[in-house]
Design a protein around this ligand. Structure first.
Ligand SMILES: C[S@@+](CC[C@H](N)C(=O)[O-])C[C@H]1O[C@@H](n2cnc3c(N)ncnc32)[C@H](O)[C@@H]1O
Length: 225
């Protein structure tokens, strides 16, 4: 039962907001100025909005035309310089070395591609990123699958330079407990609370990588072909 007002916008879930901030801070630290960024699988532009907050050249791609339409609307104010393209991550319509950083956030596995197509998407990312440029990949996985994901990235055209854990497992656990009543106003507030997400993250951190559902891999395109 919804307790009045607008339906909750799930892009406001605090764990997602923190993840998007984490990625955009990381990209900001990696990228030169001005940077050419590619956001693959941009969905409705929630992360793209964060990436566009710095004066960069951003291209955002999604397979879904409806998602691209929604992303364009979301970015209408404050997203100057963002170009939207409907495209498949396994067949990107860009030339070689066009970008400094490619972001595949909740990408390869979330897209539910078979292994061969995940490899193809990594090869495509390697092609469109300049030598010395970076890929930032996040994935929502069981902790037992983290090592395999890192190996998968390592097997592509990138060298893994850092692996980060987002310590958000407890947050997603709490979210699952309250899913049946997610439209209740106080539950919406709980889901949207960044301080609560930070607190749960501090507790989850005590469990190391097992306290995470999201892994973030930072990889660098080899400087020579
Ligand atoms: C889970 S959302 C990720 C949203 C965003 N990147 C984030 O981190 O919050 C996955 C998005 O990838 C898109 N997608 C699925 N398969 C794709 C493919 N093969 N190529 C490009 N985008 C794809 C879906 O349409 C969806 O919008």
């Amino acid at each position: 039962m919804h307790r009045g007002g607008e339906p909750f916008d799930y892009s406001r879930r605090a764990a997602e907001v923190l993840r998007h901030r984490f990625i955009s801070d990381l990209v900001r630290a990696l990228a030169p100025r001005p940077a050419r960024l590619l956001d693959v699988g941009c969905s409705k532009g929630q992360l793209t909005l964060h990436l566009a907050a710095v004066p960069e050249f951003v291209v955002a791609v999604d397979l879904s035309r409806a998602a691209i339409r929604a992303a364009r609307e979301r970015l209408q104010s404050g997203g100057a310089g963002v170009r939207f393209v409907v495209a498949d991550a396994t067949a990107l319509p860009f030339g070689a070395s066009r970008f400094d950083v490619v972001v595949m956030s909740d990408g390869l596995h979330s897209w539910q591609l078979p292994a061969a197509e995940r490899r193809a998407a990594l090869v495509q990312a390697g092609y469109v990123v300049r030598a010395g440029g970076h890929a930032v990949l996040t994935e929502y996985l069981q902790p037992g699958a983290f090592a395999e994901f890192v190996s998968e990235v390592r097997a592509g055209p990138f060298q893994v330079v850092a692996v980060e854990y987002l310590h958000d497992r407890l947050w997603y656990r709490v979210e699952s407990w309250f899913k049946a009543v997610r439209d209740w106003r106080w539950v919406e507030r709980l889901f949207a609370s960044v301080p609560v997400a930070r607190l749960l993250g501090r507790v989850a951190r005590l469990f190391g990588r097992r306290g995470s559902r999201h892994i973030c891999v930072v990889a660098r395109r080899a400087a020579t072909d």
